[in-house]
Design a protein around this ligand. Structure first.
Ligand code: GLN
Length: 472
């Protein structure tokens, strides 16, 4: 059921928050062995649900999310509740504070169900690089849920949570949403506070929202967004408005380079069918060009790894995190704690990032990547002179088979459709738009102007209303 239906049931006492939580947790536990979405269940959830019931009964000023079960990706800090980043490094870490997004959810009366499985430190695309094992896709268990926010996406798809928070650095909310057939929204950089989100690549990291439909996702995003004094990059303006779903006159940019790069016929067909539906409702299609996106994957992996190598330097076995006990010197402790504490993918990125920042190579790699990022941003600015929103695929394939590992570089290359919006800090959503012949969901990506978060959600809502993804 959607959030508004559930909120209505809670208000009219057709069910209590406690009962709703019970239902969701029963479902979560039933699918846990198969899907592996949860890393930790929140043992204070019942207390939170009871508090929500008390607030509803007392007729207090409550929000739509009061009593609604929400799952949180395990790289978003939750006070008193283990937050592991799916890494041995933080396996036993219990944060002394909560992320601002979590605080806002709790203030709204949402019930935190638990912490969701992911790729280690959010580095990956199949939620299979972490210490807790892969997350399976509820639609087809031989496939990955996608990643890195796989646990969050799969839990919403499977009814093991009503809503979920994830993080998106280069596509980690949009891609798993597309794979699991749910809505995943990556807001403008700066519209949701990053305070308490454990850093991967600070200039790219964003907290995103998952829901079963656009409206649910909109409610979640609009609960957590807004200025926060604890994040200097958070933005003051509030562009909030209601969803109308109006597509008439909306100029949708179709990017020649992206359409060309989309070699899977089922994905381009689904995308074209979605565009036709939107055109029928009065939207206008315009051809646009984003020439610089051809370099975006390379630039993204240079910049994100450079920032990761710096951010992850803090895990030295001293202040917190994993510490190897069997050591001969302080240098040995650093080395062995990091060797044992991090997995292969994280190490690969730390090494790559350290290399591209090193003297003599920095000009050739890091600085060129930064100028590429600027060109991508400029390309988008020009495109938005002639269109209001850009439609694109989310991923070149409809899914990633779990037991059929592809080389890391191929996995990186497949981020081609999600990293451009990441590099430019633009809001982007994935909304279900069809299925492959084998039944795997396909997402439509809509990218908007900086801070036009709700316009992006509104366009997605307009598409959803056409019934184009009626298979759901
Ligand atoms: N697949 C991308 C990566 O591995 C995206 C990760 C993310 O957005 N956290 O970096």
């Amino acid at each position: 059921m959607s959030v508004s239906v559930l909120a209505d049931m809670l208000r009219t006492k057709k069910c209590s928050a406690r009962e709703l939580l019970n239902d969701v947790m029963e479902r979560a536990k039933a699918v846990q062995t198969e899907l592996n979405c949860y890393v930790t269940f929140n043992d204070k959830a019942v207390q939170a649900a009871e508090e929500a019931d008390r607030r509803i009964a007392a007729g207090e000023d409550i929000s739509l999310l009061t009593g609604i079960p929400v799952a949180i990706k395990d790289n978003i800090s939750t006070r008193g509740l283990r937050t592991t980043c799916a890494s041995r490094m933080l396996e036993n870490y219990i944060p002394p504070y909560s992320a601002t997004a979590v605080e806002r959810l709790e203030a709204a009366g949402a019930v935190i169900t638990g912490k969701m499985n992911m790729d280690e430190f959010a580095m990956g695309s199949a939620s299979d690089t972490g210490i807790f094992g892969a997350v399976r896709n509820p639609v087809d268990k031989s496939f990955s849920s996608g990643g890195s926010s796989g646990g969050s996406a799969a839990s919403v798809a499977a009814g093991a949570a009503v809503l979920a928070l994830g993080s998106d650095t280069g596509g980690s909310v949009r891609q798993p949403a597309s794979f699991c057939g749910v809505v995943g929204f990556c807001p403008s950089y700066g519209s949701v506070s990053r305070y308490g989100l454990i850093a991967f690549a600070s200039s790219l990291d964003r907290i995103g929202s998952f829901g079963k439909n656009v409206r649910d996702t909109f409610y979640l995003h609009n609960t957590i967004n807004g200025y926060d004094i604890k994040d200097v990059t958070s933005f003051r303006k509030n562009f909030s408005h209601e969803l109308t779903g109006e597509l008439k006159g909306l100029r949708i940019g179709v990017c020649a380079e992206m359409m060309k790069a989309c070699t899977d016929a089922e994905i381009s067909d689904a995308l074209e069918a979605a565009l036709k539906e939107m055109e029928k409702q009065g939207a206008e299609l315009v051809d646009i060009s984003l020439p610089s996106i051809k370099d975006s994957v390379k630039a993204y992996y240079i910049i994100s790894s450079a920032e990761a190598s710096s951010n992850l330097a803090r895990y030295d076995g001293v202040r917190y995190g994993f510490r190897e006990q069997n050591i001969v010197s302080i240098a040995d402790m650093y080395k062995r704690s990091r060797t044992e504490g991090f997995g292969d993918e994280v190490k690969r990125r730390i090494m790559l990032g350290t290399f591209v920042l090193s003297e003599g190579y920095c000009e050739a790699y890091y600085k060129r990547a930064i100028s590429c990022r600027r060109r991508i941003t400029y390309d988008f600015e020009r495109a938005f002179e002639v269109c209001d929103i850009i439609a694109a695929p989310v991923y070149p394939r409809a899914g990633i088979e779990l037991d059929n590992r592809i080389p890391a570089t191929d996995m990186y290359a497949a981020d081609i459709f999600t990293v451009p919006a990441s590099m430019a800090g633009l809001p982007a959503v994935s909304v279900p738009c069809g299925r492959s012949s084998s039944g795997l969901p396909i997402g439509l990506q809509l990218i908007g102007r900086r801070f036009a978060d709700n316009d992006v959600l509104d366009a997605a809502y307009g598409y959803e209303l056409t019934g184009g993804a009626a298979w759901q």
